[in-house]
Ligand binder design. Sequence first.
Ligand SMILES: *Cc1c(COP(=O)(O)O)cnc(C)c1O
Length: 366
Amino acid sequence: MEVKLLDLSPQYAPLRDQILKAITDLMDRQAFILGAAVETFEKHLAQYCHTRHALGVSSGTDALLCALMALDIGPGDEVIVPAFTFFASAGCIARTGAKVVFCDIDPATFNIDPADARRRITGRTKAIMPVHLFGLMADMSAINAIAREHNLYVIEDAAQAIGARQNDQPAGSVGTIGCLSFYPTKNLGAMGDAGGICTNDDALAEKVRLLRVHGSGHQYHHKYIGGMFRMAAIQAAVLDIKLPYLDTWHAGRRRNAALYDQLLAGSNVITPKIPPGNFSIYNQYVVRLTQRDEVQRKLAQAKIGSAIYYPIALHQQECFASLGYKAGDFPASEKACSQVLALPVYPELTDEQIHYVADTLRAITG
Ligand SMILES: *Cc1c(COP(=O)(O)O)cnc(C)c1O
């Protein structure tokens, strides 16, 4: 049996006709960027995320960059971000000219450790960027309490967490501003690059709207120096077709995750822990293993796909060498890098495939 880490074709097949028709309609109208298709999707996205505003942008990375720019974060400012995340979270902070301040993660959830974040606050700290890794929200009541106490913005990197909830509040709706990615491997994937920005702040939403078109409200008048962060019409049309199915897809991933939890209980494989009050959307199902690399090789021999998110903590990346961090500075992040392995969890997997993965893993690690 073969089990791919991710296979998008069974999701596409039933939607193919609808998607091709929507794309044809746009081509017939020669409608390419922003416009009615994007506005319609934005309205539905805001409803889904329970925010007053949602804006379509060009990628999750650009959502983060645009959000930081909208909050006027730049040289002289510091932003706290976990060392264990996708590169974009920290890369965007650095691109604004602000200083990236890393903090460690909670080993139980792989998410930002609020106590460690608090220790790294200085007079220059302007924002905290919790990342809702693998589809589980960071501890937002703790992060928001710290932010209130120190008057900081909270930028949610919700790229992996659309539809995740904590105490019934959706990811992207609980900080100052929330950033989403519609990269094809995310739970809601476009057919190319796309991202979104959510906020309840009217002024911030208006600023984002200008920043995504070079700070321009009407042609050739530039209020801000923005970027080119526009969403393509095709991506909005595809996402708007997919959005009504998203909760069903989340349910499929959650069912698969629950089956893994059950089948791997009592084994040497450490399964994900979901703290009470959280609804994870399992963008990834990530286990911990002591002999991770060897296990991954053996899984590949058994035709089982897996991936390492992430093999190197960000404070150890060459491009951040000038920040002066060293090995051992973020022990929980570094340990996660050496132990994590993402298993196939996409909604259309069969129970038979999950059993095969779990049985193979038990045999390898037993
Ligand atoms: C995917 C991702 C991003 C960036 O999204 P893109 O759409 O690929 O630019 C940012 N942060 C995290 C945590 C991600 O997983």
